[in-house]
Design a protein around this ligand. Sequence first.
Ligand SMILES: NC(=O)c1ccc[n+]([C@@H]2O[C@H](COP(=O)([O-])OP(=O)(O)OC[C@H]3O[C@@H](n4cnc5c(N)ncnc54)[C@H](O)[C@@H]3O)[C@@H](O)[C@H]2O)c1
Length: 344
Amino acid sequence: MQIFEEMQARGHEALTLLHHAPSGLKAALAVHSTVLGPAIAGVRLRPMAEEEALKGALALSESLTLKAALAGLNYGGGACVLLMPEAGVDDPHAREALFRALGRKVRPLESQVVLTEDIGVTPADIAFVAQETPATLGVNTDTSSVTGYGVYRGMKAAARSALGSESMRGVRVAILGVGAVGRTLAEHLQREGARLTVADERPERAQALADEQGGVTVVGVGELLDVPCDILAPCGYGHSIHSVDVPRLQCRLIAGGEHHPLSRRGEAAVKEAGIMYIPDFAINAAGLIAAATTLTPEQAAERVYATVARITGVAEQVGKPPHLVARRMAERRIDLIGSLGRGA
Ligand SMILES: NC(=O)c1ccc[n+]([C@@H]2O[C@H](COP(=O)([O-])OP(=O)(O)OC[C@H]3O[C@@H](n4cnc5c(N)ncnc54)[C@H](O)[C@@H]3O)[C@@H](O)[C@H]2O)c1
C-alpha cells in the first residue's frame, strides 16, 4: 500500500501509529482534516489485518471530515482503528487497560483529536479513554442507537424523493447487517409497517431479530443483494456492495448506516443503474451530532432528516446525484469557514 500517495490523494494531515505492549494496544490514528476544529475520530475495534486497519483509518477519517462539515459541526475528521490484542478483550481489566492506554497515547494530541465510539466500541470504553484524556465525545451517548434512528429518519426523507412518499408502510426494505445500527433501524421500520428482509454474516443475529419481531424474512448474506426491494440498507462493516454487484440490485434507493458501502466505481455504477444513493456521511451522522452537541437524539435525527431532504432537493434541481451534491456541500463549508482565518 502506498500510504503517502493515498494521504496526498485524499488530503490527509497525519497518520500516527500508537503502541503500548503491556495492554496490547496497536492502533492507527488518522487525521484527515482539522480545518473546522479538532478531528473527531471514530474508534473501531474488531479483528483485522494491519493493512486493512491503515486503509480503514484513512477512509473513515475522510468520511468523518465530510460528516462533521455537512452536519454544521466545528470539528474535523479522524479515525482510530485498533487491532484486536492477541489476548482478546473479554477480560474486563484487559479492556480497561487497552482503552486507558489509548487515552494516555492521545493526551499529547488532545488539541487536534477527540475520540468517540464506532464499530466494536461502547460508551463504557470511551469512558475509560476519558479517565486519561478530556479528548473524548459521547461518553454519555449511545451513539449506535441514535445513529440507527437517524438512518431511519434520513431514509424517510430520501424515500420522499426516490419513492414519492416518506411513509414506510408496506415498503420493502432489505437490511444487510443487523448489529447495533442495523437492528435499531429495523425496529423503527418494523414499527411503521415496513416489510423487512435481513441478512447478517452472523446469521444468529438475523434470526434473533426475526424471532423477536415477527414478519421479518431472513436470507443468506449471498442472497440479500438479489432480493427485490424498494430500499437497500447496508449496515455492515463497509464495501458491502461491489461495482460488479450493481446489476443484481433490485432496489430504487440505497440508504444505510454503513461507512463506505460503495467504492467510487460503485457510486458511478448505481447512478448509471438509476438507483439513488444517499452517502454514509449524510445519513449516519445522528450519533455524532448528539455526541458533539447538546441536541437530544430526536433533534440530532431531525438534523439528519433535514440534511437529506436538502441534498435530495438540490440534487433534483441541478440534476446531479445526491452523493455528489452532499460532498460538494460539505467541501464548500470547509472552504468557506476555513477561509475566515485567511486574507482581508
Ligand atoms: N456504531 C456507531 O455509532 C456508528 C455510527 C456511525 C456509523 N456507523 C457505521 O455503521 C456500520 C455498522 O456499525 P455497528 O455499530 O452496527 O456495528 P456492529 O458490529 O454492531 O454490527 C455490524 C453487523 O453487520 C454484520 N456484517 C458486517 N459485514 C457484513 C456483510 N458484508 N454482510 C452481512 N452482514 C455483515 C456483522 O456481522 C454485524 O452483525 C459500520 O459501518 C459503522 O462504521 C456506526
